[in-house]
Design a protein around this ligand. Structure first.
Ligand code: ATR
Length: 287
């Protein structure tokens, strides 16, 4: 009699991590694609990322999704094997153990762009207002620029951080045809309005919207909040009141980044649509 091969082991690592929906998402992808796997939650002490990851590998772990506050630690851990996406994002959310080393990628931005496409938005030639200048904003610059946006204007409560992000971005030399500018929240207006406004701030954590001027939206424009919840976020409500034709939260981005991680690990890109529908239903039911 032969012993069953142990399932390949994956996990999401964070602190806190109990709220993470990644195990559900990857279980649904596994069922959909027929790729068997084991996917857990890994709570690591804030100063204990490297030790927790080492113990995970020793226990047969081969892949990690990385969430708050460890995306920079993951970047450092995989410093010798970073994808271009990870380098440009300055953070890693997907670690793969291959040939005795961790390889780092960042799928957040691709997850966002795939969700924007799902929503029917046209990014080629679009004028995009990106609100926020932290890791979340930096992580989506490359996929947005490479999707052909004509302009990305970064605004932030602390204007200097937006200016720094724009400068750092221009220095990369990536997609120079996309004009990247920056300012404070009060500098968010564009005479003809924006085609897309993305909230990459943490304001939603306080159930608040960033303090933006009104009149931001061009006819038919969309608003996208990287945060999500059971109900429309404060930013989505603000956008609707300001004339946005379409508002969306970041649940689709979450599923999209997971689908890209799944592709990296298993070589198959799952269909995010049924998983997104199931999660939306669970959220609405309070699960
Ligand atoms: P993340 O990695 O999620 O981007 P971060 O690096 O801490 O987290 O960045 C948080 C972002 O949300 C910043 O752009 C922050 O603005 P400041 O740089 O001025 O701090 C922004 N932010 C947080 N709370 C906000 C609020 N209530 N209104 C507007 N912006 C807010």
């Amino acid at each position: 009699m032969t012993e069953a091969t142990p399932l390949a082991r994956y996990a999401v690592i964070g602190n806190p991590v109990a709220h993470s929906r990644s195990p559900q998402i990857h279980a649904m992808f596994s069922e959909q694609t027929g790729k068997p796997l084991r996917y857990e939650r890994l709570l690591a002490p804030v100063d204990g990322f490297a030790d927790a990851v080492a113990a995970f590998v020793a226990g047969g772990g081969v892949g990690l999704n990385v969430t708050v506050p460890f995306k920079r630690d993951a970047y450092a851990l995989a410093a010798d094997h970073l994808s271009a996406r990870a380098r440009l994002a300055g953070a890693v959310n997907t670690l793969s153990w291959r040939d005795g080393a961790w390889h780092g990628c960042n799928t957040d931005g691709v997850g966002l762009v795939s969700d924007l496409i799902r929503l029917g938005l046209r990014l080629a030639g679009a004028n995009v207002l990106l609100v926020g200048a932290g890791g979340a904003a930096r992580g989506v610059m490359q996929p947005l620029a490479q999707a052909g946006c004509a302009r990305i204007h970064i605004v932030n409560r602390t204007a200097s951080k937006a200016l720094e992000l724009a400068d750092a971005w221009r220095e990369t030399g990536v997609s120079p045809e996309t004009v990247v500018t920056a300012g404070g929240l009060a500098d968010a207006a564009l005479p003809q309005g924006w085609n897309l406004v993305i909230n990459a701030t943490a304001s939603g954590l306080q159930d608040a919207a960033p303090d933006l001027p009104r009149g931001l939206y061009a006819p038919g424009a969309a608003a996208y909040d990287m945060m999500y919840g059971a109900k429309p976020t404060a930013f989505m409500k603000q956008a609707e009141a300001d004339g946005a034709a379409l508002t969306a939260d970041g649940l689709g981005m979450l599923v999209g980044q997971a689908a890209e991680s799944f592709l990296i690990w298993h070589g198959v890109r799952p269909d995010p649509a049924p998983v997104l529908a199931a999660l939306r239903e669970a959220l609405a039911a309070g699960h």
